[in-house]
Write a protein that binds this ligand. Structure first.
Ligand code: SF4
Length: 490
């Protein structure tokens, strides 16, 4: 027998996502985003409006084109931008977006269409500024024991994670999908998240230094071992005979490196473990690890296989240093050409300090990535492909909570946004599971008409910003005003 689920008495049914909660009076639905207030379905969080004051770059103008209560002064008040945070969704999307707002910018009539998108196809790319080994590429990343992503190709001075994605959200068990959704939600909202990779533990939050196996990372390396030789070679000239910069990827050796040759550094006959790539650049000198230069060595001499007796000489001065300057050791060769550790001379301490000084603070960066090229577009226009084309042609500008979004080339609307440039707690979730993220499309009104936009749903900005349950916050100084480049302007 088939039949409809009957609503409990007094409950109303939320239609803002596929879960379709029944919500009793005074209660919230499963996602805590919608509630039953006096028999009405309401969005519980305030709707976020960005404000830009003159101090932040708004221009003074002689006439008030977009304010309804001009008081006669020559300068208008703060400009406003209606974000999608707290705006609500339009599931199943054939309805127009919750807010389609007209405003004037730079003499042009503009439209901003805002909606909270429900994204099953989404994830985060995480950049962790560290050389420390956190697991082999393609290793699974786990939260609460569930696979939520993997270690991906490392970048210059950073380890990278790719978390979430439709397979982790929908392709495994419910527990895995929930763990993935919770991990994404926390990272996107700037909260700290504990993850494990092959037994290593990570504690990360967007915009904060990462902790790896309980150790807070302070410095991002100055460069690879070879780059460090290139940067500091001149500062070592005459003060030391040989420098080895230990790095898991490319260990640099001053006397053999092109920079050393140009500075007439004499050969030292040093023999280094690993595979010689090009002059003064060695790969695989040790195993990856969490010690010197992202290797597993704790004794730097373990990567030195000796000195050629025909070239080296007693008293030869050797500096070994890591790519962050956090580890260093100074040696002089004895009569048998064995390195003997000595106190680091003051003249070399300055260069080690300089390496440390040149390291940037280690940070965790989180970019939210999602596909907005699906049904969400129907809330913007009756002819969705025209929205996609308009974005590609840079007529429509895409922002997330007012923060600029990078749109990938190729098909669809695949975007990335730095979550630290968005207002706090911009993200939500629904238990399908999927992430709810704000998205705004801004374009000239004539372009909106031409793409088949929902013209009859446009509301003037002045009306929208008079609504109740709003939170007005200052736009972030680092973000361009969202209307600035919409319409194909530079
Ligand atoms: S989970 Fe949230 S959005 Fe989905 S139906 Fe329930 S209250 Fe509405």
């Amino acid at each position: 027998m088939t039949g409809e689920i009957l609503a409990p008495e007094d409950a109303i049914r939320c239609d803002a996502c596929p879960v379709a909660c029944f919500i009793k009076p005074g209660r919230a639905g499963a996602c805590d985003r919608y509630g039953n207030k006096d028999g009405k379905l309401v969005r519980l969080d305030p709707h976020v409006i960005l404000e830009r004051s003159l101090a932040q770059g708004a221009e003074a103008v002689a006439f008030l084109g977009n304010a309804k209560d001009w008081d006669g002064t020559l300068v208008r008040g703060p400009e406003h931008f209606v974000t999608a945070i707290g705006a609500g969704t339009t599931y199943p999307d054939y309805k127009p977006a919750p807010f389609i707002v007209s405003s004037k910018f730079d003499g042009v009539d503009m439209v901003t269409v805002v909606t909270e998108g429900i994204f099953s196809y989404c994830g985060v790319k995480v950049k962790i500024d560290t050389d420390r080994y956190i697991g082999a590429e393609r290793s699974l990343v786990r939260a609460d024991g569930e696979a939520v992503g993997h270690v991906t190709t490392s970048e210059y001075g950073s380890q990278m994670l790719s978390l979430g994605g439709v397979h982790h959200l929908t392709g495994g068990s419910r527990k895995q999908g929930t763990a993935t959704c919770e991990t994404l939600l926390s990272l996107c909202n700037g909260k700290e998240v504990g993850l494990t990779v092959d037994g290593a533990s990570l504690l990360i939050a967007a915009g904060k230094p990462p902790a790896i196996d309980g150790n807070l990372e302070e410095r991002m390396r100055v460069g690879c071992g070879s780059a460090t030789i290139g940067i500091f070679a001149r500062q070592w000239a005459g003060k030391v005979d040989e420098v080895v910069v230990v790095d898991d990827h490319i260990t640099g050796v001053l006397s053999e490196h092109q920079a050393g040759k140009v500075l007439d550094t004499a050969p030292t006959g040093i023999k280094i473990a690993g595979r010689r790539s090009t002059a003064g650049r060695y790969f695989q000198v040790a195993e990856p690890g969490t010690s010197w230069g992202g290797t597993n060595i704790t004794d730097p001499l373990s990567i030195i296989k000796g000195f050629n007796a025909k070239v080296a000489w007693p008293g030869l001065r050797l500096l070994m240093v890591s790519t962050t300057g956090e580890q260093f050791a100074y040696f002089e060769l004895d009569e048998a050409l064995h390195p003997v550790e000595k106190e680091l001379p003051q003249s070399l301490r300055e260069s080690v300090d300089r390496i440390r000084e040149n390291c940037e603070p280690a940070m965790t960066s989180v970019l939210f990535m999602c596909g907005a090229g699906g049904s969400l577009r129907a809330g913007v226009t009756e002819n969705p492909v025209r929205l996609t084309r308009s974005i590609k042609e840079k007529i429509t500008r895409v922002t997330c909570g007012g923060a600029p979004a990078y749109i990938w080339p190729g098909g669809g609307i695949t975007l990335m946004v730095d979550v630290t440039r968005m207002p706090a707690n911009s993200f939500g979730y629904v238990p399908t599971p999927a992430i709810v993220a704000p998205i705004e499309f801004t374009l000239p009104v004539e372009a909106y008409r031409a793409m088949g936009g929902h013209m009859d749903c446009i509301r003037p900005l002045a009306d929208v910003i008079a609504d109740e349950n709003q939170q007005k916050i200052a736009m972030r100084a680092e973000n361009p005003w969202p209307l600035t480049t919409a319409g194909g302007k530079p």
